[in-house]
Design a protein around this ligand. Structure first.
Ligand code: ADP
Ligand code: MG
Length: 554
């Protein structure tokens, strides 16, 4: 159908793009010449073309394994629109449709066939393939084969036999999930140990990474969104309930927001998604259910209202911002309470291997959030990609953390934990430190303790940050199973005795992510903007006030 000489010609003539991205060309040429490949490229990086073009340049059909029926359909529709002979073979076809696809396969009328792993690996299908010229095998979303991946699918395991059954046919595995353990696991299981690995495109220099300590999350969220209310963004929450709540609150505050989670009907989800694509809705508040296959290039920010389970999901989700290459923001609200919840959820995992993996990953996520060095270096390092120097576009690079001496306050906090008998949680300890008049505190007689009110000079948030810092550095332990009671550990002694100084990074709670210069460049230096609903009213009031003032001659 096409007479193509070079991959670049295919790229231009069939797909209508001018140039290859990243390592696409190398990967494509390697595959055409019959080599295997392992491709690590972030979502949106352009992995599909890496096997689609070679399939057109090699004789036979390219067999593509993909985990989701919806993904297969999207890909096939888009290929057909470009005039490529593509089809999918999965459980969504009725028997006559399935027969038609098989007939095309046998008459060499297909360039690409998308198929579910269990179908491909069935004895019947493998037998069919024996008599058909095959251009290549592509395993898309290859992390599904590994328990280390975030989306393990047992049916992917069978693909381990593919290399042995078709030794002469090039095999390409592709994923956006590139954490070290996952990488090795995929290569081992697919028998791709000697394949060339291509890691590219993980750096998204236009996304500014910021982490704030979660304190008054909704206020922190609106402070962040307000100046961006005309722009599109996603707010990720961990539970459906929270999605509903935050979306509701945002709407009440005048933002054009809508919830999205797996508890909504397919129709509702489709509507929300379309409204978002059309910019009728600016903010999608969503669980992780939202985003797969979303192709919206002008998402300007992604906020994580709760801590994600691992860096892979986090990076993938933040990667949905700024696909157009223009400046975008990724904001994480990092709450210690959320970590405790996440840990206890993982504790319920029955499979001990899974539990170990998930805890390891959560810990990496926490270290990222707590880190005091360039965020992008940590993220890219996690994926096996390395930055030569600090990025200059994350909160740490832009506002290097200030270390404050907290020795004296730590002593106060620790002795307060001791005075209340090591039988109370953070909230109560803070109440005592700040000299609260709460009835319960008075009933307990805790207003007579020597530590009562010794921390009045500092905010509740400050004490919260400090106590978490003490827990995290092993001076206090928090009994999660028992009302999160705080107890001293042995390491607390030198601090209590004043033998050990202690510093802490000043807590970051405000999203000061847009510099004053950028603000004025965008014509936004005149103070905070308000959401659409209030904007007009605000303007009218301002005009009225001005008229009155003019009249009064002031
Ligand atoms: P991935 O599978 O890595 O998430 P896709 O293959 O779906 O990414 O590609 C993401 C988008 O980038 C698609 O819209 C695709 O058409 C586009 N794209 C891929 N390669 C190029 C290129 N060389 N030039 C322009 N656009 C490209
Ligand atoms: Mg893809």
């Amino acid at each position: 159908m096409f007479s193509l000489r070079t991959p670049l010609e295919s790229l231009k003539k069939i797909f209508g793009y001018d140039a290859f991205r990243l390592s696409q060309q190398e990967i494509i040429e390697g595959l055409i010449s019959g080599e295997d490949a392992f491709v690590l490229m972030p979502t949106g990086g352009g992995k599909s073309l890496c096997y689609q073009i070679p399939a057109l340049h090699r004789p036979g059909v390219g067999i593509v394994v993909s985990p989701l029926i919806s993904l297969m359909k999207d890909q096939v529709d888009s290929l057909k629109a470009h005039g490529v002979k593509a089809a999918f073979y999965n459980s969504s076809l009725n028997s006559s449709e399935a027969r038609k696809v098989l007939a095309r396969l046998h008459s060499s009328d297909l360039d690409l066939l998308y198929i579910a792993p269990e179908r491909l690996m069935s004895g019947e299908f493998l037998e069919r393939l024996a008599g058909i010229p095959i251009a290549l095998f592509a395993i898309d979303e290859a992390h599904c084969i590994s328990q280390w991946g975030h989306d393990f699918r047992p049916e992917y395991r069978q693909l381990g036999r593919l290399r042995g059954v078709f030794p002469g046919i090039p095999l390409i595995a592709l994923t956006a999930t590139a954490e070290a353990h996952t990488r090795t696991d995929i290569l081992d299981r697919l028998g791709l140990r000697s394949a060339r690995c291509y890691v590219s495109g993980f750096d998204r220099p236009n996304i500014r990474y910021t982490v704030l300590e979660k304190q008054k999350p909704f206020a922190q969220l609106t402070t962040f969104i307000q100046p961006r209310y005309r722009e599109s963004g996603i707010v990720y929450c961990l539970s459906r309930q929270r999605v509903e709540k935050v979306a509701g609150q945002l709407r009440e505050a005048g933002f054009r927001a809508a919830p999205y989670h797996a508890g909504l009907s397919a129709g509702e989800r489709k509507n929300v998604q379309e409204d978002f694509l059309r910019d009728d809705i600016r903010i999608i508040v969503a669980t992780v259910a939202f985003g797969m296959g979303i192709d919206k290039s002008n998402i300007r920010y992604v906020v994580h209202y709760d801590i994600p389970k691992n860096i892979e999901s986090y990076y993938q989700e933040t990667g949905r911002a700024g696909r157009d290459g223009l400046a975008a923001e990724a904001l994480l609200l990092f709450g210690y309470g959320d970590i405790a919840v996440a840990r206890s959820l993982i504790e319920n995992t029955k499979n001990p291997e899974r539990k170990r993996i998930e805890l390891h990953k959560l810990n990496s996520m926490v270290s990222y959030a707590e880190a005091l060095s360039c965020r992008r270096r940590i993220l890219l390092g996690y994926f096996g990609d390395h930055l030569a120097e600090d990025c200059g576009n994350c909160d740490i690079c832009l506002h290097p953390p200030q270390l404050v001496d907290v020795t004296e306050d730590a002593r106060k906090a620790l002795s307060c934990v001791y005075r209340v008998g090591q039988r109370f949680g953070m909230g109560h300890v803070i109440d005592v430190l700040r000299g609260s008049q709460k009835e319960r505190l008075l009933e307990l007689g805790h207003h007579r303790l020597s530590t009562y009110g010794i921390g009045r000079d500092k905010s509740q948030q400050y004490w919260g940050s400090l106590l978490h810092h003490l827990v995290h550095n092993g001076f206090l332990e928090q009994d999660v199973g028992n009302y999160s009671i705080l107890r001293l550990t042995d390491s607390a002694r030198p601090i209590l005795r004043g033998e050990q100084p202690l510093t802490m990074a000043a807590p970051r709670v405000r999203a000061d992510t847009v510099s004053a210069k950028e603000k004025s460049k965008a014509g936004r230096g005149k103070g905070p903007e308000t959401p659409d609903a209030y904007g007009a009213l605000f303007e009218t009031l301002r005009a009225l006030r001005k008229r009155l003032a003019d009249k009064a001659g002031v």
